[in-house]
Design a protein around this ligand. Structure first.
Ligand code: PEP
Length: 248
């Protein structure tokens, strides 16, 4: 299974800086085809990113997806719309959506299901807060979040991409050690193995302050199949270094 290196741009960039970032990534990619690459710009820039990346080995995704297909849902973007403009992935259940928009485990599961139903691969984020880790609840929290997704997507479990993102490591510069990350990834892998006959198809990404300096060690862990990268995905050189680290 190829690793997947995904950039979550969050609410950053504009037309000019996005064009520069994408051109830089494309220019640096030749020879780095042993992993898949994905960028997730803000929704208003998804279509222009698809256009800029035409013919290039870089997929484009949204940062969220609605459970609805269309209608009176102001502000929402559906999987059908993402697909219509050429996106193929959507991040679902990012901790910032859970925290600032009150997204529940059940809603995240419904979003993953809505994405799959319309040809969008959901990158489903799960992970514990610092308080939960300190209380020894990491595995229980991650299992509960994942169970809701498995329940919602039924027989499509093998089509998911998962991202283990400890909330305390996102945007903080504090990374899980490779051993800490691997331990949780192994728990996730076991849960997936119990839910599908094809657990080997499910990529489990690590996210949380992955950067040019720590990517090699994280990506060397047996159950880390790629990275979901925030801050470092906005810097061409850093993002390319992480892609290089994923070449195996
Ligand atoms: C993220 O937002 O998914 C993320 C991992 O951010 P950062 O890499 O900046 O911690």
């Amino acid at each position: 299974m190829k690793k997947l290196i995904a950039g979550n741009w969050k609410m950053n960039g504009d037309s000019a800086s996005n064009a520069e970032l994408l051109a830089g990534i494309v220019a640096g990619l030749p020879g780095l085809d042993a992993c898949d690459v994905l960028v997730c710009p803000p929704s208003v820039y998804v279509a222009s990113a698809v256009t800029a990346l035409a013919g290039q080995p870089v997929a484009v995704g949204g940062q969220d997806v609605s459970v609805q297909v269309k209608g009176a849902y102001t502000g929402e973007v559906s999987a059908v719309m993402l697909r219509d403009v050429g996106a193929t992935y959507a991040i679902v259940g990012h901790s910032e959506r859970r925290q600032y928009h009150g997204e529940t485990d059940a809603l995240v599961g419904e979003k993953a299901q809505a994405a799959l139903a319309h040809g969008i691969t959901p990158v489903v984020c799960i992970g514990e807060t610092l308080a939960q880790r300190e209380a020894g609840e990491t595995n229980a929290v991650v299992k509960r979040q994942l169970a809701a997704v498995i329940h919602a997507v039924g027989h499509c479990v093998s089509e998911l991409v998962l991202a283990y993102e400890p909330v305390w490591a996102i945007g903080t510069g504090q990374t899980a050690t490779p051993e800490q990350a691997q331990a949780v990834h192994a728990v996730i892998r076991a849960q997936i193995a119990a839910a599908t006959e094809h657990p080997e198809r499910v990529r489990i990404l690590y996210g949380g302050s992955m950067n040019a300096a720590n990517a090699t060690q994280l990506l060397a862990q047996p159950d880390i199949d790629g990275g979901l990268i925030g801050g470092a995905s906005l810097k061409v050189a850093d993002f390319l270094t992480i892609i290089r680290a994923a070449q195996g």
